[in-house]
Design a binder for this molecule. Structure first.
Ligand SMILES: NC(=O)c1ccc[n+]([C@@H]2O[C@H](COP(=O)([O-])OP(=O)(O)OC[C@H]3O[C@@H](n4cnc5c(N)ncnc54)[C@H](O)[C@@H]3O)[C@@H](O)[C@H]2O)c1
Length: 270
């Protein structure tokens, strides 16, 4: 299903860890649609080596960068422009991690060093990417920057823990930076709020399987798969969505607008 809608476009894709990663699917689809891009991930994630397969498949170079580290980001963005032969047209921020979740700490019993680390990785890194790109004037006019979010930013899902707060901040950055980057350079900034998806980051959340099944039953179209999320990202990187900016876009099979479904009601019949 390739239509070359990203023909000639250049980009940077953060966060492809393995074949399940949403960023992995976006890279595959961006390649099919004619884009060229640099792949990046935290140096520690590189050790797993999976990303090399993706780089070969998509003809991409890999530049390691810790998205919380400004020096790494400057190096990544300036080298990407050298490799790609100019400014980029799109950036995908597909990064998330909570140390409190990893260590099994309850939301009401956080270790604040962990909280700050998770916030830096999951939310502030988006601002750092945008600020560095702006400083280096690295994005073409009408360029498109996306981060991935989750509906726990608006509504409470208890086991999502401090990631809920991180996602709320992430979505706020899309609005605030989207304003400034829009005025300065006509660059657009959005978040896509994706259905629960079976990935390394997703399955780290307690009770994830049950939760995935619940969301499936609460979504008129069912949960949106990672491949469909990738397609939405491609549409957002293309010129077909030029005037969409500062939005949090739900990609969730209708979950966010559904109060209850018949199949869920059935489970409560007396
Ligand atoms: N899986 C879900 O259910 C779901 C739902 C909605 C939104 N999301 C979001 O989608 C995004 C991608 O997650 P995924 O589900 O594909 O899982 P994933 O585990 O494949 O991707 C998370 C990525 O973040 C990277 N990362 C962590 N720390 C980093 C750092 N310091 N610098 C650079 N990269 C770093 C990891 O190496 C990994 O590649 C995340 O923002 C996640 O919160 C996921």
């Amino acid at each position: 299903m390739a239509n070359n809608i990203l023909k000639g476009k250049k980009g940077i894709i953060f966060g492809a860890l393995n074949e399940q990663s949403i960023a992995w699917k976006v890279a595959e689809r961006a390649h099919e649609e004619g884009a060229t891009f640099v792949l990046t991930n935290a140096p520690i994630a590189m050790r797993m080596g999976e990303i090399k397969k993706l780089a070969e498949k998509t003809g991409s170079e890999i530049i390691p960068a810790d998205a919380t580290n400004l020096e790494d980001l400057e190096n990544l963005i300036s080298k990407s422009m050298e490799i790609l032969g100019g400014k980029v047209d799109f950036i995908l921020h597909s990064i998330g991690m909570s140390v409190n979740v990893r260590k099994g700490l309850h939301y009401t019993e956080q270790n604040y060093d962990y909280t700050i680390k998770g916030f830096d990785v999951s939310a502030l890194s988006f601002h750092k990417v945008l600020q560095t790109a702006m400083k280096l004037d690295a994005i073409n006019e009408w360029g498109s920057v996306l981060a991935l979010s989750y509906i726990a930013a608006q509504r409470t899902f208890p086991d999502y823990n401090d990631m809920a707060d991180n996602k709320a901040y992430l979505e706020s950055i899309a609005r605030s930076f989207g304003y400034h980057y829009g005025v300065a350079k006509k660059v657009r900034v959005n978040t896509i709020s994706q259905s629960p998806t079976m990935t390394t980051a997703g399955s780290g959340v307690k009770g994830f399987n049950e939760f995935l099944n619940y969301a499936e039953e609460m979504s008129p179209l069912g949960n949106a798969p990672a491949e469909a999320c990738a397609n939405y990202c491609i549409a957002m990187f293309s010129d077909l969505t030029k005037y969409v900016t500062m939005q949090n876009l739900f990609h969730d099979g209708g979950f966010s607008s559904t109060g209850v479904t018949q199949s869920v009601i059935e489970k409560f019949k007396g």
